[in-house]
Design a protein around this ligand. Structure first.
Ligand code: NI
Length: 199
């Protein structure tokens, strides 16, 4: 049998690459196989009033748990939130970013509101009673614990650093580990918005 002429092989490879490029979108975050309905909750907005998660249906929700005196993980994560909002530009209204405190003792509503708006005015700070916050953490499998410090600030908090993505239908779709580039989260958001538009 005569070997295929080279140009045919090249064209074949090219078509194969093209086919892959047109394949289904590969999400960057960790996907839930059967997206469960995100557990509903109601907490207090740091800028006043109450917020119920289910009232945000129609928007993509990013959920993150942290505290305002966090030295590293929280400021880095919220800096990414700021970049995501800036990059979304006129689509920013389709995203609700919720920052739920794990340190309500020190994170007063005023402190929390000032902290989140410093990153981006769209980020919503949430707090509640110890019981309310513990229930939300349990529903989302969030770890948070005080770690005593010898220095003046008394203690720091150890906490889960994962970001949760809830889609516009209210289903838990994806999670992101700390250190995921914000561009990855942004691409996933844009993909979900595209899916929504094409329905
Ligand atoms: Ni933190």
């Amino acid at each position: 049998m005569k070997p295929f002429p080279r140009p045919i092989i090249f064209i074949g490879l090219f078509l194969l690459l093209l086919l892959q490029a047109c394949g289904p979108y590969q999400f960057k975050g960790t996907l839930y196989e059967d997206p469960p309905a995100a557990a509903d909750f109601e907490l207090s907005r740091s800028d006043g009033g109450r917020l119920r998660l289910s009232d945000l249906q129609g928007k993509i929700v990013l959920l993150f748990f942290g505290f305002t005196t966090c030295p590293d993980v929280c400021p880095v994560t919220l800096s990414d939130a700021k970049r995501i909002y800036e990059a979304l530009d006129d689509q920013a209204e389709n995203l609700a970013y919720l920052f739920i405190t794990v340190d309500p003792e020190r994170d007063t509503p005023e402190k929390l509101a000032g902290y989140v708006s410093n990153f981006n005015e769209n980020i919503i700070g949430l707090t509640g009673t110890e019981e309310e916050l513990a229930a939300v953490r349990e529903d989302y499998g969030i770890y948070a614990a005080k770690v005593p410090l010898k220095s003046g600030i008394g203690y720091t908090m150890d906490h889960t650093a994962r970001v949760y993505l809830i889609d516009s239908e209210g289903n838990l779709r994806l999670t992101y580990t700390f250190g995921t580039p914000y561009e990855d989260i942004l691409q996933d958001i844009k993909q979900i918005l595209k899916e929504k538009e094409s329905r």
